[in-house]
Design a protein around this ligand. Structure first.
Ligand SMILES: [Zn+2]
Length: 209
């Protein structure tokens, strides 16, 4: 019998919402503040980062069961300007250049090295990020390459967790969602070793999707 022991020594992928009495809806689930309104990170909208209009959209049924984490395998960024430039490049690559063009930037959301969340396709429009999971999960991509870069528990992972908790509170993500790294669904380095190591510390991470 295999036993997986979760050793949670760091505050990665755990809610960083500040309130005195956090509760969870399920054991080990995301925590939220029962007495406060929904705590959502501010999301940099498509118009702010200069997104093009999608060529089409498919509405996805919510709440979704999966949250799949990616890295963009690009350079990193530390300001709204530099992150926005990378997002526009990724959108152009996804829509115009890659084999099998996408109708829009593939990811649901992206997180920059500035600790901000950027709107991709959003909560309820089907993405193009994880084969076989696009109609039942959101894809969150961290901007950068975390196979080659180190990533500690940081503002980026906290921002991602706040986003997920916000999505659960809004009914977009199931409270007992399953957290995955892209490499659990296909042969890829994504989301990179450093980021995958962080994801695996989350109580919502599952070994077998
Ligand atoms: Zn990926």
């Amino acid at each position: 019998m295999k036993v997986r022991i979760a050793v949670l020594t760091r505050d990665c992928f755990h809610s960083s919402v500040v309130c005195p009495n956090k509760v969870s809806r399920i054991p080990g689930g995301p925590q939220y503040c029962p007495s406060q309104s929904v705590e959502c990170p501010s999301i940099v909208s498509r118009s702010v980062w200069g997104a093009r209009e999608p060529n089409g959209t498919t509405v996805m049924t919510t709440p979704v069961e999966y949250v799949i984490v990616h890295h963009t395998a690009t350079g990193n960024c530390s300001s709204t300007d530099s992150c926005s430039r990378i997002l526009r490049d990724i959108q152009k690559y996804h829509m115009d250049e890659r084999n099998g063009r996408f109708s829009d930037i593939g990811y649901s959301f992206l997180v920059g090295g500035d600790g901000k969340v950027y709107e991709g396709r959003g909560w309820n429009k089907q993405g193009a990020h994880t084969k076989n999971y696009n109609d039942k999960g959101i894809g969150i991509a961290f901007i950068g390459n975390f196979q080659s870069e180190l990533l500690k528990c940081t503002k980026e992972s906290n921002a991602a967790q706040e986003l997920i908790t916000c999505g659960a509170e809004m009914g977009m993500v199931k409270w007992d969602y399953k957290l995955l790294g892209h490499q659990q669904t296909k042969a890829t380095e994504c989301p990179g070793k450093a980021l995958f190591d962080i994801i695996k510390t989350s109580p919502r991470w599952v070994l077998n999707p």
